[in-house]
Design a protein around this ligand. Structure first.
Ligand SMILES: [Zn+2]
Length: 362
């Protein structure tokens, strides 16, 4: 196992942890130290039992290689909505996205790719996947041009829906996705949705929903769905609905697919919904829907700007982009930027260093 030490003038290691002269020591796939370089070798006061514990944890091992990076360090970025089969995995990781969640692809392809992504030789991000979207006969995305056969799994009734959900979880699906797109065809019944949510929750995972068309967001909430795979954009949602959503649901942003850098009515509606959802205490996660239109691989700074427009602070944007802090015992995934994104968000487009599971990609 190679031990790599990365030192930089400034780093954001997680919420509330902006550190000058930062040192991150990566030991194989895990971080062995993340904190102030000056903190290494400083014994914390009040240690007992003869064990020396330092700021940030135990003494890190001696590095085999050292990287002096003149920029800004942060944890690897996680994109919670991609279609990796329509992207180049190497470009994704080299662009600063060290983990992705695939929300719709034939399971025999994407679940085996997800398994391969756990290995040290995989040239791409860590992949978690839903497999296909659960839908009703003729429902979205079974008639969509972008979706290969098997991207939608048609179920007839609650019993079949629950059975299909169980089979997917056994096959390694990390999350279940349901399609509720009334603009593209018929949709699952409320009974089907409840049955799928029950199986997911018993299996310790969540259900994410593609909601498109009037009333579909309310149906997802009522049936026990945990997450919106896109920020709802079909209609301005009522304040009472937004408040109920904020209590227990999460939104994955994917705002830029509504505009690709332009100003559109759909984008305005989605940002209005998201702003009120955030004000009500709801949580948002960064997601791009990579594979859908001209979304670039790697960190998409346009999506980050939409999150700012919806009301997140600079630090909250970094929180939405990441999953876990850079800390002892956490995955050895980090990104180095040419500038400080807390001062100028455009620095997110200036990726100069990427390590995933301790291996350098850019
Ligand atoms: Zn998608």
């Amino acid at each position: 196992m190679t031990v790599t030490a990365v030192r930089a003038p400034l780093g954001w290691l997680g919420p509330g942890r902006l550190v000058e002269d930062v040192l991150v020591v990566l030991d194989g796939g895990r971080a062995a130290y993340a904190g102030s370089a000056a903190g290494v070798g400083v014994v914390a006061s009040g240690t007992e039992g003869g064990t020396e514990t330092l700021d940030g944890g135990p003494v890190p091992p001696e590095p085999d290689q050292e990287i002096h990076f003149e920029g800004f360090l942060m944890p690897g970025v996680v994109d919670r909505h991609v279609h990796i089969g329509m992207a180049d995995p190497f470009s994704v990781v080299a662009g600063g996205v060290t983990a992705v969640r695939d929300l719709g692809w034939p399971p025999e392809v994407v679940l085996s790719m997800a398994g391969a992504s756990e290995g040290p030789a995989f040239n791409g991000p860590l992949i978690r996947a839903a497999g296909p979207m659960l839908t009703c006969p003729g429902g979205y995305p079974t008639r969509s041009g972008w979706a290969p056969n098997g991207t939608g799994l048609e179920v007839r009734g609650a019993e079949e829906a629950a059975g299909a959900a169980s089979v997917l979880l056994e096959a390694g699906a990390a999350v279940l996705k349901v399609a509720l797109n009334s603009e593209a065809g018929p949709t699952l019944s409320d009974q089907d949705l409840v049955a799928i949510c029950d199986v997911a929750h018993r299996g310790g995972t969540i259900v994410t929903a593609h909601c498109q068309g009037r009333e579909q967001a309310a149906r997802a909430l009522g049936a026990g769905v945990d997450e919106f795979a896109h920020c709802p954009w079909s209609e301005r949602l009522a304040d009472e609905l937004i408040e109920a959503m904020a209590k227990r649901m999460r939104i994955v942003s994917t705002l830029d697919i509504l505009s690709y850098g332009r100003d559109t009515p759909e984008l305005r509606t989605a940002i209005d919904n998201l702003r009120r959802f955030l004000a009500a205490g709801g949580r948002v996660a960064y997601g791009t829907d990579l594979g859908n239109g001209p979304i670039p691989p790697g960190i998409h700074v346009g999506e980050a700007w939409h999150l700012r427009t919806a009301g997140l602070s600079g630090e909250e944007v970094l929180e939405a982009l990441t999953f876990r802090p850079l800390a002892t015992g956490e995955p050895a995934d980090l990104v180095g930027l040419g500038g400080n994104p807390l001062e100028d968000l455009d620095a997110l487009a200036n990726v100069r260093l990427v390590l995933r599971a301790g291996r350098r990609f850019g």
